[in-house]
Design a protein around this ligand. Structure first.
Ligand code: ADP
Length: 241
């Protein structure tokens, strides 16, 4: 983000390097129920991102001292495969993954009826197999499907999406080049029914007006991503075995 470069991110026709309009999402595909041994699972392809989510729980929280007497704890682990990025990523948790696990846990906890399951944990594993920017918001979107697949009661589904600014233009859903060389990135997670904000981060600089435009774009996009989530859930549960 904010790295100076001569790369032109918006062409003379106002199109982006991958041919998209400023408010256009990358292609998204979702599938629910892809793993046999998890309580719930889902897979998402979002632009160049490929992410698997698996959920276990609610189950007795272990070690015991982490148990909360009046609610479940939500533990999301975000991890990137060594082969998920251009230069091999050193395997194992780093500062970034730990931070992302924490913010994703908090966002997911805000939609789960955690008070129904005291002393338990709900563990969410987000495995990034291929990364192309926007993995935290795609991770939240696919985790919501895995939670629903596990039958965990939620106030709403939760949908992630980012917007930002490249070459002075407010754009939706930044890809890797835009993330690297653009001016700002604003990942958000929204509860689509109530339009509550469960996550809002900002990297880079924008004016208030630009931020507002970015948020409006994200709100609109999360409504259509939410429809895709519902369709993916229906496909699983209307499937003839
Ligand atoms: P997000 O994926 O949520 O946008 P970042 O803004 O931190 O999170 O990362 C943007 C992109 O940068 C990632 O999606 C990935 O493509 C790339 N990236 C992140 N960490 C690494 C890493 N350790 N090595 C190489 N590329 C990385």
């Amino acid at each position: 983000m904010g790295m100076k470069s001569d790369i032109k991110l918006i062409d003379d026709n106002g199109l982006r390097i991958d041919g998209r309009l400023p408010n256009q999402l990358r292609p998204i595909k979702m599938k629910v129920g892809v793993l046999q041994r998890a309580d719930g699972s889902a897979y998402i392809e979002w632009g160049g991102n490929r992410i698997m989510a698996a959920v276990y729980g609610p189950r007795e929280a272990y070690p015991k001292h982490v148990q909360e007497p009046d609610k479940a704890i939500v533990r999301a682990r975000y991890s990137m495969a060594a082969f998920s990025v251009d230069e091999r990523k050193r395997p194992g948790p780093d500062r970034r993954s730990i931070e992302l696990g924490k913010v994703i846990s908090e966002a997911l906890e805000s939609v789960i009826f955690v008070e129904k399951y005291p002393r338990t944990s709900i563990d969410v594993y987000i495995e990034v197999l291929q990364a192309d920017a926007g993995t935290r918001v795609a991770g939240i979107t696919v985790a919501a499907l895995a939670l629903a697949d596990a039958g965990i009661p939620m106030r709403d589904l939760i949908v992630g999406c980012a917007a930002g600014k490249v070459d002075g233009v407010v754009v939706l859903d930044l890809n890797k080049e835009e993330d690297n060389y653009g001016e700002a990135d604003v990942p958000m997670a929204i509860l689509p029914r109530t339009k509550e904000i469960a996550l809002l981060q900002m990297d880079g600089d924008m004016t208030y007006e630009e931020l507002k435009a970015a948020m409006d774009m994200t709100f609109e996009a999360t409504q259509s991503i939410h429809k895709m989530q519902i369709e993916a859930l229906k496909r699983k549960y209307m499937e003839v075995e």
